[in-house]
Unconditional design. Sequence first.
Length: 117
Amino acid sequence: MQSTSLRNYCEKNDLIFHLHVVENQIPNTYLVLESLVEKANHYDGIVMCSVSMLPNDPTTRRSVVTRVLAQGCKLHFTFEQLVVSSIDQIADLEEFVSLIDLSQNQNSIAHALDGNN
């Protein structure tokens, strides 16, 4: 499903779909992402399904995004319909991620409270 979503996004936005890669399922390990970051200068953009695929740690996340952008590569997030193309947008991306985290935390609290009734 993710591959189809990424392929459709690329077609819709006139981007060349090269290869769908999958990150390992080891928590807080981003080996595949780091290899893409190292080669970002070879791409116009890196397309991900969601900002939630970026590292959870804000410092690590900012480092990844900064290194990609510094190589002239954009970051596309299909579910959020968001494109980050300049260093100036990192603060906006961080605020967006914070809002998502806040929303998820509120949903978890509400679900826990509902379970206690």
